[in-house]
Design a protein around this ligand. Sequence first.
Ligand SMILES: Nc1ncnc2c1ncn2[C@@H]1O[C@H](COP(=O)(O)OP(=O)(O)OP(=O)(O)O)[C@@H](O)[C@H]1O
Length: 731
Amino acid sequence: MGSTVTALDLDLDADLAAERQHLATSRAALAQMRQRAEALFSTGDQVAGDAYAAETLGRTLARRVAELADDPTTPLFFGRLDFGPATGAPPADDDRPGDPDDGTDGWHADHAGRRYHVGRRHVTDDRGEPLVLDWRAPVSRSFYRASARDPQGVAVRRRFGFSNGTLTSFEDERLDRGEELGTASRILTAEIERPRVGPMRDIVATIQPEQDELVRADLADSICVQGAPGTGKTAVGLHRAAYLLYLHRERLRRSGVLIVGPNRTFLSYIAAVLPALGEVEVEQATVEDLVARVPVRAVDDPAVAAVKHDARMAEVLRRAVDAYIGEPAEPIMVSDGSFRWRIGLDPLHRVVEETRRERLPYATGRERVRARVVALLQRQAEARRAESPSDAWLRRMGKATPVTAFLDAVWPALTPEGLVHALLGDPQRLAAAADGLLDAEEQARLRGLATPAGAADPTAVGATEPARASARRPAPAGTKLGRTPKATKWTAADAVLIDEAAGLIERPGGFGHVVVDEAQDLSPMQCRVIARRSEHGSITLLGDLAQGTAPWAAADWRDSLRHLGKPDAVVVPLTVGFRVPAAVVAFANRLLPALAVDVPPAESLRRDGALDVRTVDDLAAATVAEVRAALAFDGSVAVIAADDAVGDLRAALDAAGVDTATVDEPAATARVTVVPATLVKGLEYDHVIVVEPAAIVAAEPRGLHRLYVVLTRAVSRLAVLHARPLPAPLG
Ligand SMILES: Nc1ncnc2c1ncn2[C@@H]1O[C@H](COP(=O)(O)OP(=O)(O)OP(=O)(O)O)[C@@H](O)[C@H]1O
C-alpha cells in the first residue's frame, strides 16, 4: 500500500488529537484537585475545632492528597463509552430511569447519548463535571461487561493505547453494529505481551468479563478462585479489594481490608498495585506476620510441624483451655467494714457452670464470673443495708482478695503463650487434652521426644534424594521449652498454636474483607488464623491446588473453606492464562497427571513465546551463556534453581561479569535475578532459565508441585537446562 492519506486517516488523526486534548485537560484538572487538597491540608489545623479534629482532618486530607497523585507514566484514562440514544422500552424486570443505578441493569437510559472516559479515578473540572470516571463507578461496569449480544446501551467502546503515558492509538468496537473484539483486541494483546520489568502492575484497563464478575462480587460474598498459573488470580484479588474499598469506603476504612500473601518477597512484588489505584491503606501481611506474638527462634522437624498444623490441634487447645476451669472448693467470705458477706458453694457452682455454658472467650468468662460474684455480694449488701452500693464499692468488691483468690482457683488468668507452654511441657496435661484425638506417638512428637517418622539415616546407601538434601540442612531442633514462656524458643508452628490459644482466650479483632493469595498452601490451623480475622467479614480465597507445595497443601477447596469458617463460599474457576505462552503451558501441563489434583485445565491466550529444553554438560557455563542471550531481549530475566544451587550460580554469573540481584532486593537495578525455587511462587519474569529440574524435584517432598510452579513463571521465553535426566513426566 502506498502512503495515500485518506479521509479516514484524517478523521482518525483528528480523533486522536481530540483525545490527547482531553487527556491534557484531565491531567490539568487532576493537578488542580490535588492543589486544592494540598491547600486544605496546609490550612486544615486552622479550620479544625480542636487538636483531635485537626489530626483526623489532617489524616483525611493527607490521604486525599496521596490518592490524587498523578503518575505521568500511567494513563489517566484507558477507555471511553459512548452510549447510544435511548430506544424502545426497558425490559420489564429492569431498573427504571431515575432509579439509583446499581450497575446491574442492561438499561442505561440515564446515560443515553452521553460519553464517558473511564480511568483510574474520578477527575472533575472546576464546575464538578466529570472528565474521567473511576473504573469502579457503576456505569464503568459496561466498559468491562458490555458485549455485542448485550450492549447495555453502549454504542461504541473505545480502548486507548499508551506508550510511557502518551496516548498513541485507540481501538473502537461498534457494539451497536454487533462488532466485538473480545480477546482479539490489539490493545489487550499488547498489554499481556508487554515485557515485564519490576513489580506487578494493575490491570484496570483490560480486566476481562469473567474477572470483572469476581472483582465486583458483593462485599457479603466470600469466594474461592481456583485458577491455573497466570490466570490473574492475584490481579483479581487486588482489584476486588480496590473495588470494595470504593463501594464501602467508610465501613471498610473502619474495619480494614487485609491482603495475605505467602512471603515478603511476594508482598513487595504486589505492593505497588493498590496505591496505583489510589488505595493507600490496605494492610498486607504473611500468615507469619499475623501470628507474630512470639519471636520464632527454632525450627520444627516436619513430622512435628505436621501434628501442630493438624486441625485436631484446635480441639486439643480448646480442651486445654477448658481444663483450667475448676470446681469451687470453698465458700467466699468477704469482710466489708462491720459486715461479713458469704457466698456458699451452691451459688458459686451455678455461677461457674452458667458462665462455662456461655462459651465466651476464656478471659471474658473470667470477668463474667467476677461480675456475677460481685452481683451476689451486692444482693446481700442491698438486703442488709436497704440501699444500693456505689460503683466504688462494686469495684472494691471485684478486687477484694477473697474474690480474686476464688477466681484464681476456678478460672485462673491465662496467657496464650502460657497455655501452649504448659501444654507442651506437661505430659499429663497434654494427655488429658489430646485423649482420643492424638495417639501416643503424636503426643510424643509434640513434646519433642519421638524419633520423627521416616528419619532413617539420610546418608545410607539407597537413601532418597530428599533425605540427603535435608541432611545437608542443619538438623531442626524443635521447640526449646524454657522455664517460662518468655525463655522458650518457639517454632513457626508454635506461633500458630499460640494464635489459636489467643483466639480462645480473647476475642480477636477482625477485618471487613480478607484476600488470601496462594491459599492452597495454608494448613488447617493457618486457615483458622485467617478465619479468626474474618469472622464477621468476607474473604476472597485465591489459589491453585496444583501449586500446593506445603506438606499440608489443600487437596480440596471445600476443606480449606470449612477451616476458614466459610463453608458455603462458591468455588469459581479461572481458566484463561494471561502470562504463560501456550507452548510453555503445554510443557508444564505434562506434570499435572502426577500432581494428584483435580483442577480444570487452562488455556493460554498467548500464542507467542519460546520454549527451549536442553541437555548441557556444564550447568553454570550454560546458565551464563543463556543469561547473556536473554539480555539481548527486553524485560526481566530470572535464573531459577534448587535453593542450595543458587549461591554457586550467582557466583558464576558474577565471575562472568553479569550483574545479578536477589529476590529480596526489589529496588535493584540488575535485570537478572537469581531466585531459589522455594521463593518464586506468584512471581513472573519475561525470560526464565530453569536450572536442573531434577534437583528442584528432589529437594522436597512435593518437589514435582514446586517444579510446576517454577515452569509457569515465564512471560515470554522459558529455557530449561539440565545435566541429569528430566523428571519422568517431562522426559
Ligand atoms: N485481564 C488482564 N489483562 C492484562 N493482563 C492480565 C490480565 N489478567 C492477568 N493479567 C496478567 O497476567 C499475569 C498473571 O497474573 P496473576 O499473577 O494475577 O496470575 P495468578 O493466577 O495469580 O498466577 P499464579 O498462579 O502464578 O500466582 C500478570 O502479569 C497480570 O498482570
